[in-house]
Design a protein. Structure first.
Length: 95
């Protein structure tokens, strides 16, 4: 439930966090930016996006590795894209 997650004092949701910390919509985040947001969870008040510690950076790198292993941002984009419309017309037999 990333829209409810707190990413800092008064910053709730990945949309708000991306706007505040990166000055862009969540859909426009780069993989490293998205991984940094994920790296501060579940303790964003202690692990800060705006001043990440070495530990947070190591978590970010681990998350990026997991993203690459799962297919990278290309896979994420495919999951977000709507499926192409299917034809309701039956296929014609070749004569």
């Amino acid at each position: 439930m990333l829209f409810r997650s707190e990413f800092g004092t008064g910053v709730f949701g990945v949309g708000a966090a991306s706007e505040i910390y990166f000055k862009k919509r969540a859909a426009r985040l780069s993989a490293p930016d998205a991984a940094l947001l994920a790296a501060v969870l579940p303790s964003p008040k202690r692990m800060k996006v705006q001043s990440p510690s070495r530990y947070v950076r190591s978590r970010q790198e681990w998350i990026l590795g997991q993203m690459r292993g799962l297919g990278g941002t290309g896979l994420l984009r495919q999951l977000e894209e709507p499926a192409p419309p299917t034809s309701k017309e039956p296929a014609r037999k070749k004569s």
